[in-house]
Design a protein around this ligand. Sequence first.
Ligand SMILES: Nc1ncnc2c1ncn2[C@@H]1O[C@H](COP(=O)(O)OP(=O)(O)OP(=O)(O)O)[C@@H](O)[C@H]1O
Ligand SMILES: [Mg+2]
Length: 281
Amino acid sequence: MKFVMETVELSKKFGELTAVDGISTTLEEGHIVGLIGPNGAGKSTFLNSMAGLFPPTSGKVFFEGKECTGFTPQRMCHLGLARTFQIPQPFPKMTALETVLVATLFGRHGHARENPVEYAKSLLDFVEFPLPPKTACENLNTVQLKRLDLARALGSNPKMLFLDELAAGLTESEILDMIVLTRKIRDRGITILMVEHIMKLIITVCEYLIVIQFGRKISEGRTEKVAQDPVVLEAYLGTAKKKEPEGPAPAGPEAPGSAPAASNAAEPKPAGLGGGDGHVS
Ligand SMILES: Nc1ncnc2c1ncn2[C@@H]1O[C@H](COP(=O)(O)OP(=O)(O)OP(=O)(O)O)[C@@H](O)[C@H]1O
Ligand SMILES: [Mg+2]
């Protein structure tokens, strides 16, 4: 068993707000791990603290056993960590091809390609980017940008990939494509940590789950076990052991791509964990 990444008591505060509160976990090589929790739980902040976007307030981060706490995103990238963003961050004046080339040329050391342009094009094909490679980023819609973001992340030749709500806003058939694509990425030898609200995707592709609420880890382990954990059901349903109320059914699943709440104290929405096509947040 080899851990690609590990955190020890990792915390991140924004002023008085503790967005990530002492999370210790390990990410084992070859796994697809889901990071879930209600809106504002601290999922993106946890990724950002590991990836170097925000230096953690306390705690430690390790990459392949070596401490990398507080490393810049560039150093983390050169170690072998790539990520996509919840809101894609394109270079508007560059083309899709140039965007991937930036990663291919300046990503992880030792990643010398004989023909970087052809390699970048092959990654656009791999993620099924639907437009010509020379399309300007400023002309792409959100879903196209997300596919490009994925190609860019892969271009840096990562060992570990963080996906932050990559499937938000996708149609049903695009979600199925994303399930296949995520597995294909893992089959390239890349370990994946994915934040996602779309339970169908999480339950189908993730062998392991980490669940956080109010910045704290409340459960982790194999997906089938965590999905039945009363603590997790309580966090999502608020009524894990309570009798179903009479009257109208609770509100349906959240629409794909709906805006996340801004507060850490956001109430979980009434949706079932692993409930078919449901989104939970
Ligand atoms: N840069 C920041 N400055 C101040 N507060 C922040 C910042 N980023 C996040 N927060 C706060 O930290 C808490 C956790 O936010 P975070 O975005 O990590 O949650 P999340 O689990 O990713 O939520 P969502 O599912 O809505 O994306 C929230 O209360 C949020 O408002
Ligand atoms: Mg987030």
